[in-house]
Design a protein around this ligand. Structure first.
Ligand code: ZN
Length: 135
C-alpha cells in the first residue's frame, strides 16, 4: 500500500547554500546529512510535518544527480512515497506494466529500502518508493 508522500527530492548544486535556504524558508533545522556512495550522492533531510525535503548533491560527476543537474539544472528531482511492503509493490507494478529502474529494493538514505520507477511509466515524473527498514 502507498501511504503518503514521504519526501520530495530536490537536486542542488551547492548543498551548504541550499541547506541554509531551506532551513530559513521552513524555519526548521536539517536533521541529517548522509552520503550514499553507490549513488554518488550526498543527501540532507529537513522534516516538514509528515513529509521531508531531501536535498541531493552529486559527489561523483558520473552519478545520476550530476547528469540531472547537467541536463536540467537545480529543481525537483523525484517524489518519494512511503510504502508498507516494497517488494510486493515492485511485483504489483511490474505486473501492471510499469517500468522499474530497480526490480528489487536496495538500501537508500535515511534508513530506507528504496526502488525507483522509470519516469516514462509515470507521466515524466521520477517516482521513488521507500520502506522504513525494520532494524
Ligand atoms: Zn529520495
Amino acid at each position: 500500500m502507498f501511504n503518503k508522500i514521504e519526501h520530495l527530492g530536490i537536486a542542488v548544486s551547492d548543498m551548504q547554500k541550499s541547506i541554509r535556504e531551506f532551513e530559513l524558508l521552513l524555519g526548521k533545522k536539517c536533521y541529517k546529512t548522509e552520503s550514499v556512495l553507490s549513488e554518488g550522492v550526498k543527501t540532507a533531510f529537513i522534516q516538514v510535518g509528515e513529509s521531508k525535503i531531501e536535498l541531493l548533491e552529486a559527489t561523483d560527476p558520473t552519478s545520476p544527480i550530476a547528469k540531472f543537474l547537467d541536463r536540467k539544472g537545480q529543481g525537483i528531482h523525484h517524489i518519494a512515497f512511503d510504502v508498507n511492503d516494497i517488494e510486493s509493490e515492485i511485483t504489483r507494478l511490474i505486473e501492471n506494466g510499469f517500468e522499474l529502474i530497480h526490480k528489487s529494493a536496495k538500501p537508500g538514505a535515511d534508513n530506507k529500502l528504496i526502488a525507483f520507477l522509470h519516469p516514462k511509466s509515470t507521466s515524466g515524473v521520477l517516482i521513488e518508493m521507500c520502506q522504513e527498514k525494520s532494524s
